[in-house]
Design a protein around this ligand. Structure first.
Ligand code: LMR
Length: 362
């Protein structure tokens, strides 16, 4: 085309070269700009496709406790199964959020995963979960796990979802034992003791029924509260007692198996539902496998921790005899009765059936 214009206007050959060169430079410039723009766009596209989705996983226990180990296990699986599309940041030991703050942070979307004890849902305004704190309700591990994975949980899960929180799984951390600065063998031994509780109306009622003074204290502050005498005792699973070194600040341990520590792996509902289709199934798979890992690890670590605490020789152990256990159950049955009003007879019977709890004849 440039050649046509040149011939038509009778330009001499000696003039043709600079014009052709000038046109060539313009075209080259435009081409260069277009290529640069295309490169910028392509780069931007790749960069955004590669920016990983960050999942902050906050919890209150030691990295060496079953939950701490499970959080890291989940991170490894999630990052592997999504080929790095997801990055999981684990914050142990209440380093990001404490008991009191974490549920609100989850609702606000400041954190994406938590695994709190289900006894701590009070601040969410979900009180139904307190039923699982009824004393001696679930001592059979297999049954307890089956129950938390059964359709019975559907109504409970809905309560959480109404608060913008989705339970992805339940993790079973076994049964509670008591620790204190004096031996706790008979129900009357609790009288006047300041006992730390996690929260919830049932745990409060249990302490009061025993004549103790309940006090809610966050897990992150518990060691110091025991050390300074803010409270005289607490109940927990052996793996927490071991990893938090409560044996340094508590002299006596009673293997009572009176309660259970269940966690719920919680996420922000909107966040989880908005996950891309090539990420969510991989994360669901990671959750499922981590749940199995958690339950196996907890069973092993709690048995192991009990042995290690015993071998350490700093705490005096007492395992409730059958007769003592009967006396504890009898002393705590009024809590079951009192809570019938709170949960309803029908629900209570449903939970008894699922857990295998048989109330003693009164
Ligand atoms: C506690 O507060 O005693 C436990 O629930 C802590 C935990 O998360 O294991």
């Amino acid at each position: 085309m440039a050649r046509g214009i040149i011939s038509r206007y009778g330009l001499g050959l000696h003039k043709q070269r600079p014009l052709r060169a000038a046109l060539g430079v313009t075209i080259m410039k435009r081409l260069a700009v277009a290529v640069a723009a295309a490169l910028v766009l392509a780069f931007a596209g790749t960069a955004s496709a590669q920016a990983p989705i960050v999942i902050k996983f906050s919890h209150v226990v030691s990295p060496d406790a079953p939950k701490g180990k499970a959080a890291v296990y989940f991170k490894e699986l999630a990052e592997k199964y999504t080929n790095g599309k997801v990055k999981v940041e684990v914050y142990p030991n209440s380093s990001l959020y404490k008991d009191k703050e974490e549920l609100e942070a989850l609702q606000l979307g400041s954190v994406q995963l938590l695994a709190p004890s289900i006894s701590k849902f009070g601040p969410l305004g979900v009180r139904e979960f307190d039923i699982f704190d009824l004393p001696f309700l679930m001592s059979d591990d297999t049954r307890a796990r089956q129950m938390m994975a059964s359709p019975i949980m559907a109504d409970f899960n809905k309560k959480l979802e109404a608060k913008g929180v989705t339970p992805l799984a339940y993790w079973d951390n076994g049964t509670h034992v008591y620790t204190a600065n004096k031996p706790l063998i008979l129900p009357t031994d609790f009288r006047g003791m300041k006992m730390r509780i996690q929260g919830g109306k049932v745990l409060d009622a249990v302490a009061r029924q025993l004549g103790a003074i309940p006090q809610i204290i966050g897990f992150g502050e518990l060691y110091q509260a025991l050390q300074t005498g803010v409270v005289d005792g607490e109940d927990n699973v052996p793996s927490n007692i071991w990893t938090q070194k409560f044996y340094d600040v508590q002299k006596y341990l009673t293997v009572s198996n009176h309660g259970r520590l269940h966690y719920s792996l919680l996420t922000n509902k909107k966040f989880w539902e908005a996950l891309p289709a090539d990420v969510r199934p991989q994360l669901d798979r990671a959750v499922k496998e981590t749940t199995q890992f958690f339950d196996d690890t907890a069973a092993h670590d709690n048995a192991d921790a009990l042995e290690k605490i015993k071998a350490g020789g700093k705490m005096q152990f007492h395992v409730l005899t059958d007769a003592e256990k009967k006396a504890w159950i009898a002393a705590l049955m009024p809590v079951h009765k009192e809570m019938q009003g709170r949960f309803g007879k029908e629900m209570l019977e449903k939970i008894y059936k699922a857990s295998g709890f048989v109330p003693p004849e009164s």
